[in-house]
Design a protein around this ligand. Sequence first.
Ligand code: FMN
Length: 222
Amino acid sequence: MKIVSIIGSPRGMKGNTGKLLGEVLKGAKSAGAVCEVIALRGDSVKPCLGCDRCHKKGQCPQKDEFESIKEKVLAADGIILATPNYIFHVSAQLKMFIDRCSSLIHCMALEGKYGASVVTSGGGDEVPIVEYLDNVLMIMGVTPVDSVWATMGITGASKQLPEKCREQAYDLGRTIVKAWEEKWRFAKAEKVQEKHRERMRELMDYYREEWPYEYAHWQRRT
Ligand SMILES: Cc1cc2nc3c(=O)[nH]c(=O)nc-3n(C[C@H](O)[C@H](O)[C@H](O)COP(=O)(O)O)c2cc1C
C-alpha cells in the first residue's frame, strides 16, 4: 500500500503534528506500507483563485506544486491529512491545499482510497477539526478509517507526545493498511458519499456547458 500524507504545519515533521503523524506512519510501515510525506510550506500551494479552470479543464493554471502533489495523491492507495489546530480550524497551509482540491471533490476522484486525519492542539478542540477533515476526505471519495489527535498543553512546542496518543497513532497506521487490504466498508462514509454523488450529478447537469471536463468525467462514470 502506498500512503501519501499531507501535513499543514509550518514546523513540518519536527513539530507536534509531525511527531504524531510520524507514529501513524511507523504503524503503517510496520504493516507493509510505503509512505511519503508532503509538508506544505507557505508557498508550495497557493490560494485558489476561484477561476473555475479546474472545473472546466481538470487542471489549475497556477505555477506551484499543487498539480504534482495531486498526481502523487491520485497514484496512492491512502491519504492522510495532518494539521495543528490554528484558531479552531486547520492551518491556512492545509486549507489552501483543500480549496485547490475542488475538482477532485466534484469528481470524487479519490474513490477507493483509504485515509485518516491527524490533529494536534495546545488546549483541545480537535474534534470539530477531525470531523471537518473526515468530511473532506469522504467527499473526495476516500474512506476515512479513523483519526488521532493530541492535546499538547501550554508548553506543547517542546513536549513529548502523550503515551496514549502515541499508541493510538501507531495502531491507526496499522488499521489503515488492514482496512485497505481487506476492503473494509463504513456505513457513514457510504451514506455521505451517496448524498454527495447525487449532488454532484445534479451540479454537473446544471453546469454541463461551463464545466466540460467535470461533466465528461461524470458521463464516463454513469
Ligand atoms: C497561529 C496559531 C494558532 C493556534 N490556535 C490554537 C487554538 O485555537 N487552539 C489550541 O488549542 N491551540 C492552538 N494553537 C497551538 C497549536 O495547535 C499546537 O501547539 C500544535 O500542537 C502545533 O503543532 P505543530 O507543532 O505541528 O505546528 C495555535 C498555534 C498557532 C501557532
